[in-house]
Design a protein around this ligand. Structure first.
Ligand code: COI
Length: 355
């Protein structure tokens, strides 16, 4: 593990005074962690510095060819005032898999985990207290060579920034209307869909703009080959409940292996639900909604945790799920998972790291 140099900010910022108004990812704390990579030298210059802009040359690889990946995780305030992380090592492990697929170097996980803990201890007063709030953590890795030739970069910058956040969707747990996207796709077989590459999000934006214009919160993504099999919803994984059975698309290479997805599946099993991962045909899903067999649907992700679906709109028809409200399965999983994250429910599956 590397030595981490710490430069404390002399100009501490004003913290948000009304936590009920925290949005998502617009405010940043006093410090950030950074570390450089140079081919032949490896990772070097691990440091914590005051949060601020940094310079990149206009020819920088990341600006042109999007060699860039990130992660998202949260730090939660417990009722006793302490702070804790949820499955941080799983985020670093996934980031390493993303890095490999994107031709980027393996992370120095020990140094970065220690850097994250030191950064959180320094900025701990930024972890908000209100129910439903947390400190969102954004580890990022970007290519930093200045070069227009299309080639994997030889130098990289890894950094972590922190942002106090409230609910990802302003409506909180309120169920959303979702547009089933039958024109654009998010990812294709053999592509980068299972990585947390910024480019995947870029590919998703236009469909989101059109869906919003039509009055929908987000889109349901179908597979990039047949445009028939369900993959994700917006920037989240998607789940369906058939009574006490929780069903989700099987990881296919083009679906992000969400840590919340994995947590919900494990927790559901622990709570006595049957869980199934399989290829899901949109026509079967819609038929099961109509017949009433499919009783709930919800997205899962770090940012919103669980986001219930009210209806799916596919080729000029709307399919409402049940009475359109929050179902008992989504509610139970949300309460238990957030209970563990905030230290209210016992950490039965060993997911918590004390800061
Ligand atoms: C999540 O739901 O956790 C996401 O990945 C969304 C994030 C990109 C804001």
């Amino acid at each position: 593990m590397q030595y981490i140099d710490v430069q404390v900010s002399l100009n501490l910022k004003q913290k948000p005074n009304d936590e009920s108004k925290l949005g998502f990812g617009a405010i940043f704390t006093d410090h950030m962690f950074m570390c450089d990579y140079t081919k032949g030298k490896g990772w070097h210059d691990a440091r914590i510095v005051p949060y601020g802009s940094f310079q990149v040359d206009p020819s920088c690889v990341v600006l042109h060819y999007s060699q860039s990946i990130f992660e998202g995780l949260k730090c939660y305030r417990r009722q006793d005032g302490g702070i804790q992380l949820f499955r941080p090592k799983d985020n670093f492990a996934r980031m390493n898999r993303s890095a490999k697929r994107m031709g980027m170097p393996e992370l120095d996980i020990d140094t970065f985990m220690e850097g994250l803990l030191q950064l959180l201890r320094l900025d701990k007063d930024w972890v908000p207290h209100n129910p439903g709030t947390s400190l969102y953590i954004r580890p990022t890795l970007i290519a930093t060579d200045n070069m227009l030739g299309v080639h994997a970069s030889h130098s990289y910058l890894f950094y972590i920034i922190l942002s106090p956040v409230g609910a990802y969707y302003s409506g909180g747990l309120a169920p959303n209307d979702i547009y089933v996207e039958d024109e654009y796709v998010r990812a294709v077989r053999g592509g980068i869909g299972e990585t947390k590459a910024g480019a995947n999000y870029a590919a998703s934006l236009l469909a989101g703009v059109y869906a919003e214009k039509k009055g929908f919160a987000q889109v349901l993504w179908l597979d990039g080959v047949e445009q028939r099999y369900v993959e994700e919803v917006g920037s989240m994984n998607i789940m369906f409940a058939y009574g006490n059975k929780v069903v989700t698309p099987k990881l296919s290479g083009s679906i992000l292996p969400g840590i919340t997805r994995d947590s919900v599946l494990k927790l559901a099993k622990h709570l006595g639900y049957e869980t199934v991962e399989e290829r899901l045909d949109i026509y079967d899903v819609l038929e099961d909604i109509q017949s009433g067999k499919l009783t709930e649907s919800f997205g899962t992700g770090t940012a919103a945790v669980i986001s219930p679906v009210k209806s799916f709109y596919y080729q000029d028809r709307s399919y409402q799920i049940g009475d359109g409200g929050i179902g008992p399965v989504a509610q139970k999983l949300y309460d238990t998972l957030t209970g563990i994250q905030y230290g209210i429910v016992e950490d039965i599956l060993g997911w918590i790291t004390e800061v």
